[in-house]
Design a binder for this molecule. Structure first.
Ligand SMILES: NC(=[NH2+])NCCC[C@H](N)C(=O)O
Length: 571
């Protein structure tokens, strides 16, 4: 993915305000619209320094002191806010330079920033199937990391796979009971491990000794008494699992720089954590032999009575280790709402152990549940089945559709479409919201879906391809060539892009970018209806329109790639 974004008018205005030494910083522009005279207008809130917000009087003073480039800006005024909302500053722009700048400004590299951001997401357990929560974590985490990257941050994308805990002992019992061969495991590791897990759980229901055996197994494993052979065997299972997961990640457009395992944090690291907790007198003994820490009056277990460690203990060790490795500015854990208490305990305890890891560096990025996400035949256990189903439905639709332009014998395009639908359906909601999954809605061509974004991208691609003989350049622009409201609308939409990325980053909400792309899509369809190329006799107009559509395609493509979509040229 490239990290090009468009330098926009808003940046220019930010510069003007900075150059004027205005004490108050501009927030991202709120609105871009035309005023009653049809002139382009940008509105901004002014933000105070630090926590103090600007008073209306301050804003007035700041604005009246503003010196600006009157070739670009016609007028600067304040607009009264209502009730609690503060006043805004409005920049009335001169249309010609405004349009020219939008069309002319080169797509340039965002300056690199030094802050290192770590994103942990996906993080499934190999003992259990990849469930919908992991799907959400995968796509939300991937997009947020991509947004930060596109804004110039140093980003590490991390997956933290669950392969430790009592379940792991249970899994080993299942593998033995079913006498699973290496070949079977290599062919379908996720399914096979799941089979073993189900088997052991089922047996445990009728045979009480199994749970006990599993606990013992795990304790043995953890105290490093395991045979070398067993260790190697599990190493192999892990490798197979990653290989299989990567096939699914590839379809989802998700990538990782680092794969970590819970089992990495079983021995040396844990001992260090326990010593550190002890030396700060944070580790409290319970009567039953457990050891706990106190978090907001809750007593949270760190060590079980048999001495083995817990999920939380390993997370504390992992966080300390990540700090050593990355010296991050922030670390983001993209994990469902349900684990709030866990992360609270982890963050509180770790920041007490290492002062440099302040609470403000640690972020639990929560998200809600999806209901009803199963294949149409029944419960979806594996993510792969779900994506296959989306692909098959899209394939059937393509065979029926009169507008299909590709060879329907290939499933590749159908797969990209199905996956796009699943991703966008998820990302268009605010992440904390629970929602109901609906196959028909997700796969619609006309609603706000991934299919629509793909369709717009294909239309723009074919338009530019058909007209590649027309010379398109952004020199000698004549604004009169783009007078139509549809053209100005599309331009206005495109100009929002840098602020949209910034807002999506500030709120950690991918839906801000998704809705922006729907806006681009709609403005593009309207523009395509009125701004013809072939039937337009004026060559200059043709060129300007193509330039506009080219910008639309570039931004749409880039936005889609940030979301993990693979933009199609034909469908
Ligand atoms: N650092 C973490 N605890 N990340 C989240 C891990 C999620 C865990 N493997 C689960 O599936 O529930």
């Amino acid at each position: 993915m490239s990290c090009l974004i468009r330098k926009s008018i808003s940046e220019k205005i930010t510069q003007i305000v900075r150059n004027n030494n205005v004490y108050y910083e501009l927030e991202t522009p709120l609105k871009r619209r035309t005023n009653t005279l049809g002139k382009p207008v940008l509105q901004w809130h002014l933000k105070g320094n630090g926590t103090k917000s600007a008073s209306n009087l301050d804003i007035l003073k700041a604005v009246s002191a503003l010196k600006y480039d009157s070739d670009l800006i016609e007028e600067v005024r304040t607009v009264q806010g209502s009730g609690k909302t503060p006043d805004k500053v409005e920049f009335v722009l001169r249309e010609t330079p405004y349009v020219q700048t939008l069309l002319q400004e080169p797509f340039e590299h965002v300056p690199k920033r030094n802050e290192h951001m770590v994103f942990e997401y996906s993080s499934p357990n190999i003992a259990k199937p990849f469930h919908v929560g992991h799907l959400r974590s995968t796509i939300i985490g991937n997009v947020l990391a991509n947004i930060y990257k596109s804004l110039g941050y140093q980003v590490t994308k991390m997956n933290y796979l669950g392969d430790w805990g009592t379940q792991f002992g249970l899994l080993q019992i299942g593998v033995e009971m079913l006498q699973i061969t290496d070949e079977e495991m290599r062919r379908a590791p996720i399914e096979t491990l799941y089979k073993a897990y189900v088997k052991a759980n089922k047996e445990a229901l009728v045979d009480e000794s199994i749970a006990e055996k599993a606990r013992n197994y795990f304790k043995q494993l953890e105290s490093a008494q395991q045979s070398k052979k067993l260790g190697q065997q599990w190493q192999k299972y892990r490798e197979y699992t990653i290989q299989e997961l990567e096939r699914v990640y590839k379809r989802l457009g998700a990538t990782f720089d680092v794969y970590d395992w819970e089992s990495q944090y079983s021995q040396t690291h844990i001992v260090q954590v326990l010593q550190a907790l002890d030396s700060k007198s944070l580790l409290l003994p319970e009567k039953d032999g457990r050891k706990v820490v106190e978090v907001d009056d809750r007593r949270v277990p760190i060590i079980k009575s048999d001495g083995s460690t817990l999920y939380l203990t390993r997370d504390i060790a992992a966080l300390l280790d990540r700090w050593q490795r990355f010296q991050f500015e922030n670390i983001f854990y993209v994990v469902e709402n349900g684990q709030s208490d866990h992360f609270k305990a982890c963050f509180h305890t770790t920041s007490k152990l290492e002062q440099a890891i302040t609470m403000s560096k640690l972020k639990h990025v929560k998200f809600g549940r999806i209901h009803g996400m199963s294949t149409r035949k029944g419960q979806a256990v594996f993510l792969k089945d779900l994506l296959d189903e989306a692909r098959d439905i899209m394939h059937a639709k393509q065979i029926q559709s009169p507008t299909t332009k590709i060879d329907v014998n290939s499933h590749d395009v159908a797969d990209v479409l199905g996956v796009s639908a699943v991703i966008i359906n998820d990302l268009k909601q605010r992440r904390q919201r629970d929602y109901e999954f609906n196959w028909d809605k997700a796969l619609q061509m006309n609603g706000d879906t991934g299919i629509k974004l793909q369709y717009t991208h294909c239309r723009l691609h074919s338009l530019l391809e058909q007209n590649d003989h027309v010379h398109v350049t952004n020199e000698n622009l004549a604004v009169e060539c783009l007078k139509e409201p549809e053209a100005l609308d599309l331009l206005n939409e495109l100009a929002k892009y840098p602020q949209i990325l910034w807002q999506a980053k500030e709120n950690l909400e991918a839906c801000i970018l998704v809705n922006f792309l729907f806006g681009i899509s709609n403005a593009t369809s309207r523009a395509l209806k009125t701004l013809h190329i072939k039937n337009e006799a004026d060559r200059r107009k043709q060129q300007h329109r193509l330039l506009l559509f080219k910008s639309a395609k570039t931004i749409l493509k880039q936005g889609m790639e940030i979301l993990g979509l693979q933009p199609l040229n034909k469908m």
